[in-house]
Write a protein that binds this ligand. Sequence first.
Ligand SMILES: Cc1cc2nc3c(=O)[nH]c(=O)nc-3n(C[C@H](O)[C@H](O)[C@H](O)COP(=O)(O)O)c2cc1C
Length: 271
Amino acid sequence: MKGSCLDIIFDRRSIARFKTDAVPQDVLDKVLAAALRTPAPGGALTGGYRGSQPLSIIVVRDGERRAQLNEMLCEGRRECIETAPVSLVFCVDTHRMNRWAKLLGGAPHFKGAGVLWVSLRAVYTAAQTAVIAAESLGLGSQFIQEIVWQPYSTLSFFQLPPQVLPVAMLVVGYPQERPSLAPSLPLASVVHDEVYRDPPDDELVASFDEKEEYFQEWLASLPADSPLRARIEANGIENLAQYVSLLTYTDSFYKWRDDVVRSNVVLSELE
Ligand SMILES: Cc1cc2nc3c(=O)[nH]c(=O)nc-3n(C[C@H](O)[C@H](O)[C@H](O)COP(=O)(O)O)c2cc1C
């Protein structure tokens, strides 16, 4: 186990390159059990009931299935899904709770926007606990956002019953290399004292200075013949704000993904 919890949090970074070494089952079990210790919605202090825990975690270890996942979600672009020995797929799951309620004479009515909203919170925080637990055990991880953009295939790939929807995916393994620490926004630009303070323009821009510097360093490190560098230059991209909003997360990027996310919710019968 590594240092204190705070040391682990401040030293954590997303890992892009993993060793292929297996994660022993007892180590993985600790990560998974830690995730289940996360706060979850539903009366912790009333009725002696520790939250509904509306989540499931699908462990994907099989190499062929990880390769299929990489193909299905990312058109084979995410090497780490194949090299890292484990992928954890975190799902909203009210199916279990509905079955349980129905079997014992309760009401299986756990669905709809409110239930989904609160369940998402439970699932994302559990995934984050897994991230920290993994780090504490010498492992590294990376979230793969594509899991939420490709629902149709994941429903059959994981043989999901109704009311189970994958919403986060974490690849876990031993780091091959640890990238430099990405800068966070300064505390003062995120934390508000009692009421929200909208800063003046120059202060808002300055709050991204460290991220801008990090971006410019990364840009300078791209090889002269890199296709990405060519794309950045062809589009006249000069700074991080332009890169993020004009080249990466564009309007059209979100447009079809919004539609996919909406259909997902319907398809999984969570709405
Ligand atoms: C919801 C979510 C989805 C993410 N998806 C991806 C992803 O698809 N690919 C990736 O490389 N990183 C992904 N990340 C990781 C972020 O890129 C990373 O956390 C961020 O750049 C900060 O770097 P750090 O984690 O090293 O501090 C995701 C993180 C979150 C919270």
